[in-house]
Every structure is written in structure tokens, then in C-alpha cells.
Write a protein that binds this ligand. Structure first.
Ligand SMILES: [Fe+2]
Length: 176
């Protein structure tokens, strides 16, 4: 199966890269910038994360029926005539939003600098199992890592991760 994403799963190494220097740089940044006494975040949470859809109904079926994220609202995009803006509840007061851009003829999803790598959404372990089964039944190619992450793509190629870790935890340890 095609690797769903570079940098997800396995340990792909590239020839000619100085991994020791990269590791030292990472450690230096961690020491200087992960502060022992962290201040409060200025943010209140993720209001919405906006993605692009090429087919609204296909996107709705995928997110609402398959992944069980309820569609909460749909209205015209104030900034682009004919475009729709629609939202799914991904829990914890957070929304996943979409735009379609009829007539704009956008190309396929690409991994680029400044672009999206993947979007991770936390679900409880029982839900994780259920959704894994549904993805399998629906024939959606997916990749499981660490027994807690499922990586797959939405119908437009956006990479998603469902993880059984709690918010603020990764690989069993706290990241915030
Ligand atoms: Fe992730």
C-alpha cells in the first residue's frame, strides 16, 4: 500500500542528511524554548479548521456518515460567490469547516511548504475501534501506527488521523 504520508510511521531515512546535527538543533531548541514555567495560552481553543472540498455531498457523507462528525451548519461563503461554507462538530467545541469553490478548478491535494500535513482528531478507544471497522468496511485505505493512530485520506486527499490518545497526550505521555 502506498505510504499515506511521509513522516508518518516507520523510520524513513534520507541519504546525505546530517541527522546528528538535526538532533542537536532540536535538543537546543527544546532546552531554550520549552519553558519550565509556561505562561497561559492566549488562545481559547480551535474555533474551526478550514479545508477545501471538491464535492460537498461526498464530503458530508464521509465526515458525517463514516466518521460520525455531525454537520452543524451550511451557508454561502461571504467571500466567494457560489461557494459554500459548512461545518462539522469534531467535539470539545471545535469545528472542522469546509469551503467548496465551484468554477475555481483547484488541483488535487498536495503536500507543500505552508500546506497541511495532517489533521489529528482524538476519539475514545471504543469509537476508534468502531471507526476503524467502518473505514475497513468502506474500503478506505488506512495505516495503523502504535495501536493508537489511524491515518487515512478524506475524499479530496486531506490526510486525517484518528487517535485514541486524550487531548494533550501523545504516545502515552503529556505534550501539554
Ligand atoms: Fe499526528
Amino acid at each position: 500500500m502506498e505510504r499515506l504520508s511521509r513522516g508518518i510511521g516507520g523510520h524513513t531515512a534520507t541519504v546525505g542528511i546530517d541527522y546528528a546535527a538535526i538532533g542537536a538543533r532540536r535538543e537546543d531548541l527544546r532546552e531554550r524554548h520549552v519553558l519550565p514555567r509556561r505562561s497561559l495560552s492566549s488562545g481559547r481553543g480551535l474555533h474551526h479548521f478550514a479545508l477545501i472540498s471538491s464535492d460537498m455531498e461526498r464530503t458530508i457523507l464521509f465526515y458525517q456518515e463514516l466518521l460520525e462528525f455531525p454537520l452543524t451548519e451550511i451557508f454561502e461563503n461571504r467571500d466567494f460567490k457560489g461557494s459554500s461554507h459548512f461545518f462539522f462538530d469534531i467535539g470539545n467545541g471545535n469545528l472542522l469547516a469546509f469551503f467548496d469553490f465551484p468554477g475555481l478548478d483547484l488541483g488535487p491535494y498536495q503536500e507543500v511548504l505552508g500546506g497541511l500535513h495532517h489533521l489529528a482528531i482524538s476519539v475514545d478507544p471504543a469509537t476508534w475501534e468502531r471507526l476503524r471497522g467502518k473505514l475497513e468496511m468502506a474500503g478506505v485505505p488506512h495505516q495503523i501506527e502504535s495501536g493508537a493512530s489511524i491515518y487515512f485520506k478524506d475524499p479530496d486527499g486531506t490526510r486525517l488521523e484518528l487517535l485514541a490518545d486524550h487531548l494533550g497526550e501523545m504516545y502515552g505521555s503529556r505534550v501539554m
